[in-house]
Design a protein around this ligand. Structure first.
Ligand code: ATP
Length: 263
């Protein structure tokens, strides 16, 4: 079994006058969580769409779980779960019905519907229509669909979209346990630094379609700390800590099952 889950070589996507992805060489190792970090318009979604065979590269190669992604390749995608911006549920069907359709499409056992409802804590909403869910619960449903057939690889475009801080922590813990306990590889894009910093084992920074830097999280943290020591005033450092303190306080104040001693 190759130890690379996703690789791209000299991958390019051009739209009229715009090079959205430019000579991209990526290697995502099996079992790791890879954070693909970039500003708006950096080329994250375009890359993800090429990884999933949704759009055709202008040039270059994509390999997913050992298979070259060529037009018409569909087999490998039965081993991949994905969440992309356009992922939509059937709005007039309930959460459970949406998941049941996914189960049938993927030939998964009946119990997987109940399992994924429990995993994503969708129990209270299981009989609600998907179109009536909050943004965060829509995102949970999209993740439940992505995970239903126990994929080896999860490709997630901005998974924290629409989630509140508690939801972000929950998804972070879920992805961590999928990687650690089930060996699932996660490739996720984000423009939220904190999300990637908390979760990814390795981080690649994409800018104007190019991978400008790639390191382990610890290497990034060391570089960032050294940089920040030079560049920030003590007031700015205090502001940054305030954000962390506020997050902790908010999570404690809104916890439905507070531990004793919590505010
Ligand atoms: N279908 C398209 N036609 C023309 N240009 C496009 C198309 N899709 C993307 N682009 C352009 O390619 C570049 C990369 O876009 P992309 O959506 O991949 O970025 P992104 O990193 O996912 O950004 P965001 O965080 O805003 O979603 C942008 O300049 C965008 O305007």
């Amino acid at each position: 079994m190759p130890d690379t889950a996703v690789s791209t070589r000299a991958l390019v996507k051009r739209y009229r006058g715009v090079t959205a992805v430019d000579s991209l060489d990526l290697d995502v190792r099996r079992g790791e969580i890879y954070g693909f970090l970039g500003r708006n318009g950096a080329g994250k979604t375009t890359t993800i769409r090429m990884l999933l065979g949704l759009i055709r590269p202008s040039s270059g190669e994509v390999t997913v779980l050992g298979r070259r992604i060529l037009p018409g390749e569909t087999n490998v995608f039965s081993r991949v779960g994905f969440l992309v911006e356009t992922a939509t549920a059937y709005p007039n069907l309930t959460v459970r019905e949406n998941l049941d359709i996914q189960r049938r499409l993927t030939g998964s056992p009946t119990r997987t519907v109940a399992d994924s409802i429990a995993l994503l804590r969708l129990g209270p909403y299981a009989d609600r229509r998907a179109g009536q869910l909050s943004l965060g619960n829509k995102q949970r449903l999209a993740l439940a669909r992505a995970l239903l057939h126990a994929p080896e690889l999860l490709v997630l475009d901005e998974p924290a979209n629409g989630l509140d801080p508690a939801g972000i922590v929950e998804i972070r813990e879920l992805l961590r346990s999928l990687a650690d306990e089930r060996g699932v590889t996660v490739f996720m894009s984000s423009h939220i630094l904190a999300e990637v910093a908390h979760l990814a084992d390795r981080i690649g920074i994409v800018h104007e379609g190019r991978l400008i830097e790639e390191s382990s999280r610890d290497e990034f943290a060391a570089k960032a700390r050294a940089f920040a020591t030079d560049a920030y005033t003590s007031e700015e450092r205090e502001q940054a800590l305030l954000t962390l303190d506020l997050e902790r306080y908010f999570l404690a104040r809104t916890d439905e099952n507070p531990k004793s001693g919590d505010a």
